[in-house]
Design a protein around this ligand. Structure first.
Ligand SMILES: Cc1cc2nc3c(=O)[nH]c(=O)nc-3n(C[C@H](O)[C@H](O)[C@H](O)COP(=O)(O)OP(=O)(O)OC[C@H]3O[C@@H](n4cnc5c(N)ncnc54)[C@H](O)[C@@H]3O)c2cc1C
Ligand SMILES: NC(=O)c1ccc[n+]([C@@H]2O[C@H](COP(=O)([O-])OP(=O)(O)OC[C@H]3O[C@@H](n4cnc5c(N)ncnc54)[C@H](OP(=O)(O)O)[C@@H]3O)[C@@H](O)[C@H]2O)c1
Length: 462
């Protein structure tokens, strides 16, 4: 009898878990990968920046895992809404939770909820065409924008704001998003670090790209970049040296400007009905902690993008630590026959490859725990889903969406693929493939065709 495992979430952690199960198990194994969206690959599809095509190509590797014998993709099935913990424990020998960290962290400053103050998670979802965000969500109508945080996500967001639509034409950005980027009125982007350049979280390769933007001059204030490089790790030293070289640059008069700031923290987002300005306070370190100096500066921005990190959300019935915002675990074990991998296991840090060794550790724990145990499952998932009127999006269904995206790119004369914007567009492709239930699981929980128009936020107005 095969070992049967449910993996919840089809991001890198989920798919590397499926791969590790097929590689490490000594006997036959069946893996069902459940995913709330109709599409696999998590942040590889809906996070990695569209202009980072070589990183996105990792999807080619993840695809081969979904094509392995014994591995099934079940899209449009949301844990907590469509299936419960008890359902999965009844149908599988083990469950591995890999649902990532999809929600933004808060800054805790006044004005954070004003229209125009936007989580980077939302903005990233928008330009990546995530079905949770409609393509008309943002209208970039303010000449000045602040991006809070100096991590790699902030770098991605800044780059997308600074590039021209023409530079992004060959990417998979949805056509509707591309036209909004083309109409952008943004002239200045301020990227704000609350500590020094030696403390920034971005990596050297990603930072360097900002200095090569064809459409934007990058500016750094010499006094803010004045860190000693002695004794710094190589990567950090590289960051500081690059920033110091930019501080010595003369602007070339490009249409846009990128100001990279350090030792400034946001203290208030100002505005009556929407963001009108951002109040910053100069900082210093006291006993390793960031403290304000009482020196303030106000930036006349109409949009504040908060890129201060992600956090996981609790899954119904699954243990969760509010302190670490992760599922407490020992080498991936979260309970009896329950396991965790990826960002939900260790928090929202690390690159795609980090999840491979992380998943391998979880699978080692799982297989050691279950070796020699008699199978405990007593139900099948497929009839349970059918009874609930749920028809999962299969791997072939996903491939049909991919084919439609490639066809759209060809018809628009763009690159390899153009993302379909919105769940309804994907549901339409799936429906076109043959008779389906009226309740197409499209990742929104709504019947196909009723795509939710979430309220326009930030600079957005329709
Ligand atoms: C904006 C951004 C850009 C990034 N760019 C890069 C990069 O260029 N290079 C790099 O190496 N790393 C990058 N990373 C990091 C990398 O994406 C992560 O390390 C990795 O995606 C984490 O994998 P994961 O599987 O834990 O989570 P995710 O990739 O988030 O996957 C989680 C999956 O679970 C699904 N899910 C969530 N809840 C449920 C539920 N209740 N039921 C069913 N399914 C559910 C989600 O839809 C998603 O598909 C980036 C991260 C971000 C945020
Ligand atoms: N190309 C790539 O490889 C790539 C691309 C995107 C993401 N990723 C990875 O994905 C992970 C997540 O990236 P991320 O950028 O979201 O997170 P991150 O690397 O943790 O960076 C978060 C940034 O927000 C700042 N911050 C946090 N709270 C703040 C507050 N209250 N006020 C002001 N600033 C605040 C942090 O400053 P402090 O340091 O002072 O706390 C830090 O600069 C990282 O591991 C990243 O490398 C990789």
């Amino acid at each position: 009898m095969s070992l049967r495992v449910a993996v919840v979430g089809s991001g890198p952690a989920g798919i590397y878990t499926a791969e590790a199960l097929t590689r490490q198990a000594t006997g036959p194994v069946e893996v069902d990968v459940l995913e709330r969206l109709p599409t696999p690959y998590g942040l590889v599809r809906y996070g990695v920046a569209p202009d980072h095509t070589s990183i996105k190509s990792i999807a080619g590797y993840l695809r081969r895992v979904l094509e392995l014998p014994g591995v099934r993709f079940l899209g449009g099935i949301e844990f907590g809404r469509d299936v419960s913990r008890d359902d999965l424990l009844a149908c599988y020998d083990a469950v591995v939770y890999c649902t990532g960290a999809m929600v933004d962290r808060r800054m805790g400053v006044p004005g954070e909820d004003l229209p125009g103050s936007v989580a980077a998670t939302d903005f990233v979802n928008w330009y990546c065409g995530h079905p949770d965000v409609t393509a008309d969500r943002f209208l970039l109508d303010s000449p000045e924008v602040a991006v809070i945080g100096v991590g790699n996500v902030a770098v991605d967001v800044v780059r997308i704001l600074a590039k021209t639509a023409e530079e992004l034409r060959a990417t998979d950005v949805p056509e509707e998003v591309l036209s909004r980027l083309a109409a952008s009125r943004v002239k200045a982007v301020h990227m704000i670090g609350r500590r020094g350049p030696e403390h920034a979280k971005f990596t050297l390769k990603e930072l360097r790209e900002l200095g090569e933007l064809a459409n934007a001059d990058v500016r750094v204030r010499p006094e803010e970049a004045a860190a000693s490089v002695e004794g710094l790790p190589r990567q950090v030293r590289g960051n500081v040296e690059v920033l110091q070289s930019w501080a010595a640059r003369t602007p070339a008069g490009r249409p846009r400007r990128l100001d990279v700031r350090f030792w400034m923290r946001p203290v208030e987002i100002l505005g009556r009905d929407r963001v009108e300005a951002l109040k910053l306070e100069r900082t210093r370190l006291a006993d390793g902690r960031v403290v304000g100096t009482g020196e303030f500066e106000v930036l006349p921005v109409g949009m504040v993008l908060r890129s201060v990190g992600y956090r996981s959300v609790p899954l119904p019935g699954v243990p969760f630590s509010e302190a670490t915002m992760t599922v407490p675990n020992e080498a991936g074990r979260a309970g009896d026959r329950e396991y965790v991998a990826g960002w939900l296991k260790r928090g929202p840090s690390g690159v795609i490859g980090t999840n491979k060794s992380d998943a391998a550790e979880t699978v080692r724990t799982l297989l050691a725990d279950l070796s020699g145990r008699a199978p405990v499952r007593h139900a099948d998932l497929d009839p349970l889903l059918a009874r609930r009127g749920l028809l999962p999006v299969t791997y072939d269904g996903w491939r049909a969406i991919e084919a439609a995206e490639a066809a759209l790119a060809r018809s628009l004369g763009r690159g390899e693929r153009v993302k379909l914007a919105g769940a309804a567009a994907m549901a339409a492709v799936l429906e076109g493939r043959g008779p389906r239930e009226d309740k197409v699981p499209d990742g929104t929980g709504r019947p196909a065709g009723l795509e939710g128009a979430a309220g326009a936020e930030g600079l957005a107005s329709r």
